[in-house]
Design a protein around this ligand. Structure first.
Ligand code: SF4
Ligand code: SF4
Length: 296
């Protein structure tokens, strides 16, 4: 960052863990170079951003290096329920805090999913604090922990900026009972069979033109709104079927829908959530066909 002389490098070493980290940063002298630059004052704060296995995280903390900060994925779902490619934030934060290393938070809203909860969960949060946005709970969670230096939040609209300012000026930290309330909210959220896509688009472009995130986001939206009927005997079957199929065609042009997936699997290795994308797309396509043919 040119403004604060902060240098951050990304540690995402996949399956090969510590060996990949060595190849990328140690054996080629990159880390030595960065440390020298810090010594000479050209870097004021040196740290790393982390996605990966717990072994690599522990290994970096065991090095004889003073880290000025570490960036981790932290929110009230990832606190105790991190997806396969990530580590529970409770552990990551705890280890950093023990060592007095300031924490920078990424994904406080879990890629926006914590601002777009299903209707039951929105009602649950609104009942407690009717005046506050759903997203504000996640921001308060991120800001509550004392070793957090900074919370990174993607903001697209002026309303997002205003909501963030309202939440943090001043911040009202969560009390223990509210933390427990959010943990229960996370557990309820995980009971909905959504696909853990956060719309990051790292899997794009698909060489066959599919709009992968749009397909998964539409599916998740239908799950959250109760529009994924399990059987034609379901009470709301007709309405839900219509909402799913019409919404699908509106959200994803026909040529970019799941039916076009060849299964080449060029996308999955790029997905930080480790979603088996072709498998999910084939599942969604089969479901769409069942809805269309009315064979559910
Ligand atoms: S597996 Fe399907 S979605 Fe993924 S890159 Fe290949 S065609 Fe595209
Ligand atoms: S990379 Fe994974 S999480 Fe990101 S948009 Fe693609 S499927 Fe979703």
């Amino acid at each position: 960052c040119l403004f604060c002389n902060l240098l951050i490098f990304s540690v995402c070493c996949g399956e090969t863990g510590i060996k990949t980290f060595h190849d990328r940063y140690i054996d080629n002298g990159v880390l030595d170079f960065l440390l020298k630059e810090r010594e000479e004052g050209r870097i004021r704060n040196l740290g790393w951003s982390f996605h990966g296995s717990v072994e690599v995280f522990d290994y970096l903390l065991s090095l004889d290096v003073k880290w000025d900060f570490v960036q981790i994925q932290m929110n009230y779902v990832d606190w105790r329920h991190a997806s396969k490619r990530n580590v529970n934030a409770e552990y990551l934060y705890g280890e950093l805090s023990k060592r007095g290393i300031p924490v920078v938070i990424m994904e406080p809203l879990l890629g926006g999913r914590l601002s777009k909860l299903n209707d039951h969960l929105v009602a649950r949060l609104k009942q407690r604090r009717p005046e506050n946005s759903v997203a504000s709970w996640a921001f308060r969670f991120a800001g509550t922990y004392p070793d957090v230096l900074c919370v990174l939040s993607g903001m697209t609209y002026m309303e997002h900026l205003q909501d963030n300012l309202r939440t943090y000026s001043p911040l009202e930290p969560l009390n223990d009972e509210e933390k427990e309330f959010l943990e229960e909210t996370a557990q309820l959220m995980l009971q909905f069979p959504t696909i853990p896509c956060n719309d990051c688009k790292y899997c794009m472009p698909c060489p066959y033109g599919l709009d992968i995130p749009a397909i998964l986001v539409h599916y998740n939206k239908c799950v959250n709104e109760g529009n994924v009927p399990k059987s034609s005997q379901d009470e709301n079957y007709r309405r839900a079927r219509r909402a799913f199929l019409i919404g699908y065609d509106r959200s994803v042009p026909k040529l970019r829908q799941a039916s076009r997936c060849t299964g080449c699997d060029q996308c999955s290795p790029h997905c930080p959530q480790r979603i088996d994308i072709p498998k999910e797309l084939h599942r969604i396509d089969a479901y769409v066909e069942q809805l269309k043919q009315e064979t559910l």
